[in-house]
Design a protein around this ligand. Structure first.
Ligand SMILES: [Zn+2]
Ligand SMILES: [Zn+2]
Ligand SMILES: [Zn+2]
Length: 380
């Protein structure tokens, strides 16, 4: 001011440029000083410059050149000058890289998933994404203006949070469609696709375009993961998870009768546990002819229970795959299916098996007899 007036301004003029060593993996860079009337702005091919003041993006330049703010003739810079109000109110300049960036995201806060089968489960999501800035004005308005980011690192943090939030939305919608935590692992690609589709409209206001999301994985507490794994191996065997779980809780309670977490589990599952035990007893009864009052429940279609340990022995196999005990299987006289030794009824067709007695004279009848050998009465 004063004596040196204009000369001061001229000497103080600066060329704003984003040096390569500042650039690297930074999507955004804030020029360290406000731009003034005599300054020049260098915009290179791979970048854009956004002029910003009072919480708002004013204008941007995305064509490479060296711009002097004094060259009022240039149409682009003229618009910028008009927007930033010339000299009196200097504006900030944010540079943005045009290229695609790769990033990794991961939950900081878990997603609380209320699963019908496993109860409340805290989920976390992790993965990779590619993005680029598609609308520079929106980008600066949201990340700088609204979210108050000043560095590329802050922008990235916010962007990752946004990605996690949108993924949580997608997971929530799947949950509302009846998908449980045990189904998530088989739906990862589906989740990625829905996310990518939805990200188009979601990130437009942030001036971002998500090019790709990949490597998505979802974690849950270890004990839930174990139960999910146990359940999926059990559904292959055709066992009900709830029966397994309550059986497990009963065993834990037996070991630790003082209660605690296991005790609480029994309280909830006791009804199921009782049912399970009854089924178990009925199954055992079916294998013990002396107590059998009704046809034994049909064994799993894969085989006949082992005479010693009860493991399903595949049809035609002579030895138990679990304990190695030799199986002396009889064939049902009616349908030919293998039957467990001592079984009273064929599990396949319900035919009465083994020794029976004549209803008239009480004489012993051979299996499959049509007439009593003693009195000649028709039987069966
Ligand atoms: Zn066996
Ligand atoms: Zn039969
Ligand atoms: Zn008879």
């Amino acid at each position: 001011m004063g004596l040196f007036g204009n000369r001061d301004s001229f000497i103080g003029s600066t060329t704003l440029t984003w040096e390569d060593n500042e650039k690297r993996n930074n999507v955004m860079w804030k020029a360290p000083r406000n731009i003034k009337f005599f300054d020049q702005v260098v915009v290179r091919e791979d970048e854009m410059a956004v002029f910003y003041r009072d919480g708002k993006a004013l204008a941007y330049i995305d064509r490479p050149d060296r711009y002097a703010l004094t060259s009022l003739d240039a149409p682009i810079i003229g618009a910028v000058l008009k927007a930033i109000g010339g000299i009196k109110q200097p504006a900030e300049v944010f540079y943005i890289q045009k290229r695609v960036f790769d990033g990794k995201f991961g939950s900081k806060q878990p997603y609380v998933f209320r699963d019908n089968e496993f109860g409340i489960v805290n989920l976390r999501v992790f993965g990779e994404f590619r993005y680029k800035v598609s609308i520079p004005m929106n980008f600066i308005n949201q990340f700088v203006g609204t979210l108050n980011c000043q560095t590329a690192m802050e922008v990235e943090e916010r962007l990752k949070e946004q990605i996690v939030m949108l993924l949580y939305d997608v997971i929530g919608d799947l949950k509302n469609k009846g998908i449980g935590v045990a189904d998530l692992a088989s739906n990862l690609t589906n989740i990625e696709q829905v996310f990518l589709e939805r990200s188009k409209s979601h990130y437009e206001q942030y001036g971002i375009s998500i090019e790709k999301v990949s490597g998505l994985y979802i974690t849950m507490p270890e004990e839930v993961q174990k139960a999910v794994d146990a359940r999926s191996s059990m559904s292959i065997l055709g066992t009900n998870y709830m029966q397994y779980q309550t059986g497990q809780a009963m065993r834990e309670a037996a070991v630790n009768p003082s209660g605690g977490a296991a005790g609480a589990g029994v309280g909830v599952g006791a009804g199921f546990g009782m049912g399970y035990m009854m089924v178990d007893q009925m199954r055992q009864a079916g294998q013990q002819p002396a107590q059998a009052a009704a046809p034994a429940p049909a064994p799993a279609p894969s085989g006949v229970p082992c005479v010693k340990c009860g493991t399903a022995v595949p049809q035609g196999s002579k030895f138990c795959p679990a304990c190695g005990t030799k199986q002396e299987q009889a064939a049902c006289p009616k349908c030919g299916a293998g039957v467990a030794p001592g079984a009273k009824f064929c599990a396949n067709c319900g035919e009465r098996l083994g020794e029976s007695t004549c209803p008239k004279c009480n004489a012993k009848l051979a299996a499959g007899s049509k007439f009593c050998p003693e009195c000649g009465s028709p039987v069966g």
